[in-house]
Design a protein. Structure first.
Length: 374
């Protein structure tokens, strides 16, 4: 009975001991924390999904002819909300309006304060005049042509908004100017409101898939913002590995979004700008919407850095990023192998020293006989 009570007490003691309950409490705490943090993390993921971190130049080319006179407020809020979705510090933006002539309200800039002032100026526009879309696209092309950054022509996205139908000659000029922008590396998207001619806009834009119809009028403009963002956003988010051994060949996985937005995926290139001087372009082995697998140039010396860019048009223009790959000094592994062998040898010697007295001590015959006499 005493033995049974003792055993039960021992089990209960183990059950209530700190050592038993610590992993249980710790695990329960992790579950609770995971449940509490799931909501905010999900919200952050959703917020990230509705924004773009791409580093390119964005041109808003907006119809301010007399036909939009009573709807300028809706156009302004459309531009304001869409502009807020582009969050990269390397993204530059320009606001252009057109009617009988084209006018640059805000020249290309990445300065967020200048963008805020540009939005205010856009808010104060007074619509009126004819619909000369080509004049607006021309103002974008001029900035693209003169807007090279350190020898790189930054990728450009033009979002042109209009309503109604262009007269035949004005359509011809608009298509011609859009083609000129494309020859400079730009992607052209069109937003058509209500009574627009979709066939015309499909020829001005890169394709029919680059046209966003708003058939329900200007009040429905907010409904196409996420579609425009998803289609126009090309972003580089990370590269793996971010550091490599000097003098070794390697491949880099470029993580991001929108790599299949290229008009021809065979023209997608990875570009490595080494120490801000030498540029090497490599054709990716794999092109998917969310990642590229690119062979990379060998960086010979420790401490070298390669800034990563992606071109969607065979080097005509480039998406920039803040992603950098650096080199470090790496050993060949010989020293590590030797160190492991030495540690194993020391461990074997320690085990021999510990077990030798237990199993291998030799007892003399005289000591054995003396033990028997006693």
């Amino acid at each position: 009975m005493t033995c049974l009570r003792s055993s039960a007490c021992g089990i209960m003691s183990l059950f209530w001991s700190r050592g038993f309950w610590f992993p249980v409490v710790f695990g329960a705490t992790l579950v609770v924390l995971s449940a509490v943090s799931a909501g905010p993390n999900q919200d952050r993921r959703q917020a990230k999904a509705s924004s773009c971190f791409g580093g390119f130049d964005l041109y808003f080319v907006l119809d301010k002819s007399g036909s939009v006179q009573n709807h300028w407020n809706e156009i302004y809020h459309f531009v304001e909300h869409l502009a807020q979705k582009f969050t990269s510090p390397q993204l530059r933006m320009s606001f252009i309006v057109f009617s009988t002539e084209g006018r640059i309200l805000m020249s290309l800039t990445e300065d967020r304060e200048q963008i805020r002032k540009g939005l205010q100026e856009l808010h104060d526009v007074q619509p009126g005049g004819d619909t000369f879309m080509h004049e607006g696209i021309l103002r974008a092309s001029e900035q693209i042509y003169y807007g090279n950054t350190e020898g790189y022509r930054t990728a450009s996205v033009i979002i042109a908004l209009t309503d109604g139908e262009l007269h035949e000659d004005l359509f011809y000029y608009a298509e011609r100017e859009a083609n000129r922008s494309r020859s400079l590396g730009a992607s052209v998207y069109c937003v058509g409101v209500k009574d627009f001619n979709e066939t015309q806009l499909a020829k001005i834009a890169d394709s029919k898939d680059h046209v966003f119809p708003v058939n329900d009028g200007f009040e429905a403009l907010q409904g196409v913002i996420d579609s425009i963002l998803k289609k126009s956003c090309i972003e580089i988010l990370a590269a793996e590995p971010s550091s490599i051994c000097a003098g070794e060949s390697f491949q880099v996985v470029v993580r991001g979004n929108g790599f299949l937005h290229a008009r021809n995926v065979d023209k997608v290139l990875c570009s490595f700008r080494i120490n801000d001087t030498l540029t090497k372009m490599m054709k990716p082995l794999i092109v998917e919407d969310k990642y590229l697998l690119c062979p990379a140039p060998v960086l010979e010396d420790e401490g070298m850095a390669a800034n990563l860019y992606v071109s969607m048009n065979e080097g005509l223009s480039f998406i920039s990023s803040s992603v950098t790959i650096t080199t470090v000094s790496c050993s060949d592994g010989t020293i590590l192998v030797i160190a492991l062998l030495i540690l194993m040898l020391l461990l074997i010697l320690a085990l021999l020293w510990w077990f030798w007295p237990l199993c291998c001590t030799v007892t003399s015959s005289s000591e054995t006989a003396k033990g028997r006499v006693q």
